[in-house]
Design a binder for this molecule. Sequence first.
Ligand code: ZN
Length: 150
Amino acid sequence: MFEDLRDLYQEVIFDHNRNPRNFHVMENYDRMVEGFNPLCGDRLTLFLKLNGETITDASFQGSGCAISTASVSLMTEIIKGKTQAEAEELFHTFHKITTGKSEELQLEAVGKLAVLAGVREYPARVKCATLAWHTLDAALKNQQQSISTE
Ligand code: ZN
């Protein structure tokens, strides 16, 4: 990765950590799931509003490290207006780029989320980046009220 690209990525993460988007409790939500990453202490509550198959609104509350906060902030931005199937597809692609299991990184497919691809180099931080998405997955499946990455 080029140094200037790395700086840009870090700047986006810092920005979302300092000013998290959609950081509020949602009223009249359709889904609410709490996510916890005991490895780092990241906690978040994800709220979703659904209209049929479409995610019409997303917000969160909680506290965590810069990576987890930036990840959930970016996620709430990107999933608004997406169908549940599209969100699940993003989750799988995001999981691949953060765990580095894909030889061919599909960075373009995830847009802004590519800024978090750098966590592949820090296995201990992968769960910080994926917590938001595991929580989303649980919310869409509507089976659990809370999840833990451990
Ligand atoms: Zn963390």
